[in-house]
Ligand binder design. Structure first.
Ligand SMILES: Nc1ncnc2c1ncn2[C@@H]1O[C@H](COP(=O)(O)OP(=O)(O)OP(=O)(O)O)[C@@H](O)[C@H]1O
Length: 549
């Protein structure tokens, strides 16, 4: 029986017994640490004798497994030193890291250091790790032993993407991680795979919700759920998705069974408040699109949600393609000595380099006529069936443009905040399957959505921030493909011209003279002004905050 099926007194007992066993565990760990030095010496002796080692492996029982999990950092550093010099017979050992059973495989140990260096260089990887674990990136899937359901799912890809390659070892070692990598670079599995692997390899199926992923929009939550369920279903782990705009009953029932939950903040808080979502066992918490989740509009919700999760021993993850300085301090208050993994030079705001960016400065009154011209250009001849995603800023604007496009004979799907959730889901579905090849959206679709084969993104109205621009155009050029982003820029957005010029320069894209004339001054972003325009609100409830979309 799950804890949710128990009476109050039974629940208390159950919670207490979990706490007790945790304390016992910590006591054991302390004792283990005291004898750690001695056991390390012994282990090193054993390592010299291959025959003994094999026998030891065969005899691997529960206790040995636990010992591996609890080896100290000293072991890792020794291993690193061995790796750094040369790959010797004795260095081809399993290397345990920190506390949670990540063991660097022999195959990975055997990779020459020059290959690792080349990977770091080629992908412009930066790792800031306060504990100096120096874990090697996984250059191939066979360099890690994951549970079979996961192996099966990821084997459809040829190798880990760079963010997966670098983040997985740290995540499997129990570290908090900030993961910053370009749009469409596989961040969902970067945080999802270690989450499910950990659930599968620990006795955790009876503990209720342990993995929580927070997403800024219903569509992204739903997409993340669709990705995770590919693995959880086969692994016997129950995953559910909760977001607003749809009835709660089914979500309540799902939450009673779930170990993994993907949620938008508003609906999750409702379910927490009414007692349907209990997060006290959540020890793997992900803020997807983390900078968005830490903006003012979400900040309080996020604080409350995090406050309901496990405070001790929780692993906290933040993943995004943009990581502005303005949110870093707040992020650090929720994390413990996080490892920051960054792929590509992401200290400066940068866009995916496989996207061709065209920026046209235009009179605001000419934008809609220009849009019709652009559609002719991007959907004609051999390109007539190409998928085009158009971004507007305001939902009223989106509704008006939608009517105008329909009047001009276009079959256009639309998603914005004035539509019901059912209409939004249907429109996105039609665009994903190709039933419709034109989607008009507000920033509800700016982040995270992984829509196959979007060839062109048109920014009819520039977003409120250049970060949002990077996310919007990132709906094309995903998973190694190329794409085009065509942006109409008006004088009304001139305060963003400098930041946009930087992004264009950073990606090696041409900067139009008309844009330069607005000056290249970049206005310091204020926390309250930062972020996507869009915030999902439950229209059935009285709004607490003013939203413009
Ligand atoms: N190892 C891999 N090799 C190739 N493709 C992959 C790999 N892992 C994931 N993908 C695919 O890459 C695409 C983009 O992944 P995902 O949606 O996770 O990107 P993202 O980095 O989260 O993007 P965004 O910043 O826009 O949220 C998906 O279609 C996913 O299936």
């Amino acid at each position: 029986m799950s804890i949710y099926g128990m009476k109050n007194s039974e629940q208390l007992k159950a919670i207490k017994s979990v706490t007790m066993s945790k304390e016992q565990l910590e006591e054991r760990k302390r004792k283990h640490d005291e004898v750690d030095l001695a056991s390390q010496k012994k282990l090193k002796k054993d390592k010299k004798n291959k025959k003994d080692k094999k026998e030891r492996k065969d005899k691997k029982d529960k206790k040995e497994k636990k010992d591996k999990h609890e080896k100290s950092h000293a072991d890792i550093k020794t291993q690193k030193a061995e790796n750094d010099s040369s790959v010797t017979e004795s260095s081809v050992e399993e290397t345990p890291a920190q506390d949670s059973g990540y063991v660097q495989s022999q195959k990975l140990n055997q990779v020459a250091q020059s290959e690792v260096d080349e990977f770091f260089k080629e992908n412009e990887v930066s790792v800031e790790d306060p504990s100096n674990l120096a874990l090697r990136p996984l250059l191939a899937f066979d360099q890690i032993s994951l549970s079979p359901e996961i192996q099966e799912e990821i084997s459809k890809f040829s190798k880990p993407t760079p963010i997966q390659a670098v983040a997985w070892p740290y995540l499997l070692s129990g570290k908090d991680v900030v993961g910053v990598a370009e749009t469409g670079s596989g961040k969902t599995f970067a945080f999802g795979v270690p989450a499910i692997h950990k659930l599968r390899t620990t006795d955790s199926l009876k503990k209720g919700i342990q993995v929580l992923v927070i997403s800024p929009t219903r569509e992204l939550a739903s997409q993340t759920y669709d990705n995770l369920i590919l693995i959880t279903k086969k692994a016997g782990v129950h995953c559910c998705c909760v977001y607003g705009g749809v009835p709660k009953d089914d979500q309540r029932a799902q939450l009673r069974k779930a170990q993994v939950v993907v949620a938008t903040p508003g609906r999750l808080l409702d379910l927490i408040d009414e007692g349907s979502a209990r997060l006290s066992n959540v020890d793997y918490l992900v803020l997807d699109e983390a900078d968005r989740m830490l903006e003012k509009g979400f900040e309080e919700d996020i604080k409350r949600i995090i406050g309901s999760t496990k405070s001790n021993g929780r692993q906290t993850l933040m993943f995004t393609a943009t990581w502005p300085k303005e949110v870093r301090e707040l992020a650090s208050t929720f994390m413990k000595d996080p490892v920051k993994v960054s792929i590509g030079n992401r200290d400066e705001l940068s866009a995916n380099k496989r996207i061709t960016q065209i920026v046209e400065v235009i009179d605001p009154f000419k934008k809609e006529r220009k849009l019709l011209e652009l559609l002719k250009k991007y959907q004609s001849g051999a390109r007539k069936d190409d998928k085009v995603l158009i971004f507007a800023l305001y939902k009223k604007e989106a509704a008006r443009v939608e009517r105008n496009l329909q009047y001009n004979g276009y079959k256009v799907a639309a998603i914005h905040g004035d539509l019901s959730q059912q209409q939004r889901t249907q429109a996105l579905g039609e665009f994903k399957t190709g039933e419709s090849n034109l989607l008009l959206a507000t920033d509800v679709a700016a982040r995270g959505l992984d829509i196959p084969n979007v060839k062109t993104v048109i920014n009819l109205t520039f977003p409120l921030t250049v970060e949002d621009y990077v996310h919007r155009i990132g709906r094309t050029g995903r998973a190694g493909l190329t794409g085009t982003a065509h942006t109409l820029f008006t004088e009304q957005e001139k305060h963003l011209a400098g930041a946009l010029v930087n992004v264009l320069n950073g990606a090696g894209q041409p900067v139009p003279e008309d844009l330069k004339k607005f000056g290249t001054h970049t206005k310091k972003k204020e926390h309250s002004a930062y972020g996507a325009f869009y915030k999902d609100v439950d229209t059935t409830k009285k709004p607490k905050k003013i939203t413009f979309d």
